[in-house]
Write a protein that binds this ligand. Structure first.
Ligand SMILES: [Zn+2]
Length: 373
C-alpha cells in the first residue's frame, strides 16, 4: 500500500518536474512563476483590470471572421476539433481554417485553440476585470499571425505575433445551447490528461460575446507560463451567458490523473467513472484544492465497506491575478455614432458585410494567396 502510493507520487512529481511545475495556488502559484519563467516578471503582463474611465476611445473598425460559424471554406481541407484536460484548463484544439482580421489588428490571425478560465463561485473566475469586477469565467480564443509565422510556437516569440480574443462568461437564467458541445466534451475529459476527439466540428462564435464590435485592445502577454509578451489582446465588453448548471460542469473538472483512480491496492483494474459515481458516498471530494500540483497524496485511509477510497481534486480558480499596467494604454473600440451599424450584431459575422469592401477584398486575397500557395 505505502509502496504503491509512494511510487505514484514519485512518478507524478517526475512528470511535473520536467515541465517546471506551475499552478494557481501554493508554492507553484502565480507569484512563483517567474522563478522558472522569467517573462512572467515582465512589464507587459496579462491579465489586467480595465478601468473604463482611463481608456482611449477610438473606433478601430470591425473585426472580420472566417470559419467561426463552422462552415468549411475548402472541402478538401477538413477541420477537426479535440478537447483535452491538461490540468490547467479545458482546451479545444482546432484544426482547419479559422481566421480573424481587421479591428485594428496589424495582420491576419489563424485561430488554433480556445480554452477557459473559471472560479469556484460566481465572484471569481475571469482573468481580466472590468472596473474591478471579476466574472465567473472567461474564454480565450488563441490565434497567431499566420502571414508572418508558420506556427503558434514561432509567433509566440514575437511582439504582436499572437492575438487572443477574450470573452467574459457570466451566469444567466437559460442554458446556452452554443455551449452544449463543450459541456458534452468535458464529460469525456474529466481527468487531467484525458483527450477526446469530436466526431463533428461545432461553431465557435456562440462561445464568444455576440457583441464583437465593442471591445478593449491592449498589448500584453500569455496569462500562463512562459508568459511571453507577444499578445495583442481583444477583450469584448459584453459577456456571454451560460446557466448555473452549465457553469457547474467546469467546476467539476478534476486535477487528478486517470491513474490516480486506483486506490484499492487489492484491485488492479481501473474503475470506470460510472462505477465511481455509483459509489459516491465513499468518494471524498477535497474542495478548493486547486493548490499545488506537486502534492503528495495523503489519503485518510478508511477501509470503508467496500474498501475503496479516492480523493478528487477539483480544477478550479485557474485564473492569474491582474497585473500592473506599467504605463500601457487600453483602447476602447466601438462603432462611432456615424458608423454603418451598431444594432445589427450579425453584421460583423463571417460575411463581413459591415466592412469597407476594399478591406474584405484585400484580406481575402491575402488569405487565398497563402492558402492556395
Ligand atoms: Zn487563457
Amino acid at each position: 500500500m505505502m509502496f504503491s502510493l509512494t511510487l505514484v507520487s514519485f512518478l507524478v512529481l517526475q512528470a511535473y518536474a520536467r515541465e517546471h511545475a506551475w499552478s494557481y495556488k501554493g508554492n507553484t502559484g502565480p507569484e512563483h512563476w517567474s522563478m522558472n519563467y522569467k517573462h512572467c516578471a515582465g512589464e507587459r503582463q496579462s491579465p489586467i483590470n480595465i478601468d473604463t474611465t482611463k481608456v482611449i476611445k477610438k473606433d478601430l473598425g470591425p473585426l472580420t471572421w472566417i470559419g467561426m460559424k463552422g462552415k468549411l471554406i475548402d472541402e478538401s481541407r477538413p477541420s477537426a476539433m479535440q478537447i483535452l484536460n491538461n490540468g490547467h484548463t479545458v482546451q479545444v484544439n482546432l484544426k482547419g481554417d479559422y481566421y480573424a482580421s481587421g479591428g485594428g489588428l496589424p495582420s491576419g490571425y489563424k485561430a488554433t485553440q480556445l480554452h477557459f478560465h473559471w472560479g469556484e463561485d460566481k465572484k471569481r473566475g475571469s482573468e481580466h476585470q472590468l472596473n474591478g469586477k471579476q466574472y465567473p469565467g472567461e474564454v480565450h480564443l488563441v490565434a497567431y499571425d499566420f502571414i508572418r509565422f508558420n506556427s503558434l510556437e514561432e509567433a509566440l516569440q514575437n511582439p504582436t505575433g499572437v492575438a487572443v480574443f477574450a470573452t467574459f462568461i457570466d451566469i444567466g437564467k437559460k442554458n446556452n445551447d452554443g455551449y452544449n458541445a463543450i459541456i458534452d466534451g468535458m464529460d469525456e475529459v474529466e481527468f487531467n490528461g484525458e483527450v477526446y476527439d469530436y466526431q463533428k466540428t461545432f461553431p465557435i462564435h456562440p462561445l464568444m460575446s455576440n457583441k464583437r464590435n465593442v471591445f478593449y485592445r491592449y498589448e500584453g502577454s500569455l496569462t500562463t507560463p512562459p508568459c511571453y509578451e507577444s499578445v495583442l489582446w481583444t477583450v469584448f465588453k459584453e459577456p456571454v451567458r451560460i446557466s448555473q448548471r452549465q457553469m457547474q460542469f467546469f467546476r467539476e473538472m478534476l486535477l487528478n490523473r486517470p491513474d490516480e483512480y486506483i486506490t484499492d491496492p487489492s484491485q488492479n483494474d481501473t474503475l470506470l467513472l460510472e462505477e465511481l459515481e455509483k459509489m459516491n458516498e465513499t468518494i471524498q471530494v477535497e474542495k478548493r484544492s486547486a493548490d499545488n500540483d506537486t502534492y503528495v497524496p495523503e489519503p485518510e485511509v478508511d477501509d470503508g465497506e467496500d474498501g475503496k477510497e479516492m480523493i478528487l481534486r477539483q480544477l478550479i480558480n485557474n485564473f492569474r491575478p491582474v497585473q500592473k499596467l506599467n504605463g500601457r494604454s487600453v483602447t476602447a473600440s466601438e462603432p462611432s455614432a456615424m458608423g454603418l451599424s451598431t444594432s445589427d450584431e450579425t453584421s460583423s459575422e463571417d460575411s463581413g458585410t459591415y466592412l469597407a469592401p476594399s478591406m474584405v477584398i484585400s484580406f481575402m486575397m491575402l488569405l487565398s494567396s497563402i492558402i492556395l500557395s
